[in-house]
Design a protein around this ligand. Sequence first.
Ligand SMILES: [Zn+2]
Ligand SMILES: [Zn+2]
Length: 260
Amino acid sequence: MKLLDTHCHLCHPRLQSQLAGVLDRGRAAGVVGFVCASGNVSESERAAGIARTNGDVFFAAGVHPHDAKDAPPDYLKRIEQLAADPKNVAIGEIGLDYHHDFSPRPDQQRIFAEQLALAGKLAKPIVVHTREAFDDTLGLIGQSGADGGRVVFHSFTESADQLRRVLDIGAMISFSGIVTFKNTSYLREAAAIVPDEKLLIETDAPYLSPEPVRKIRTNEPGHVAHIAVSLGAVRGISPDALAELTTRNAIRFFGLQSVR
Ligand SMILES: [Zn+2]
Ligand SMILES: [Zn+2]
């Protein structure tokens, strides 16, 4: 099985402290590429470092809504510099999170809008995080003039109606381990209607361990195979076929020509 984990936090201390083992276990499980997501400038710099020393690791650079209030004044310039790195494949994760509200909403909105504009200027894919902020998230994407086809809604957990609105703008949908949980049948039903070419999978490690390893506290990229099994069942195809499809989509969306 050839898998691509389109969203993992390799810079998280729980993964970075055992990085060689995490990557090797992922490769042994069939992971041919890892896209490391970042939440702030210093994480983006660390992600770039990991990507430079591992051919199969790529990274997204960006400031997460949780960190919006702490973004340094020069953050946009530093993200732009990191985006020039040959292993940078996206701006992210960026967006709005009104569930946690760790940053004031005006800060979240400003930082999201500024990074949407940067991604547009640089013609980079955009990794979006949204939680209980769906309308504002779609609104800001619309205002930015971003090409919806260059956007992925990561760790999708919204309703089927919202999923249709994401598909209407042409965006990609990425499912994490949440789609394997017993109490998320609504999400599996939504996952069944995503067109083949819009589907991606991710672990969001070290968070969100999928079934049947949900009890393992530190999730890691090698567990992405469980998501392929679950989504394959929902869509009536084999895990191998699901893996092949989503890996092909990820290579196209992020431009990962070096992955084979
Ligand atoms: Zn997220
Ligand atoms: Zn994440």
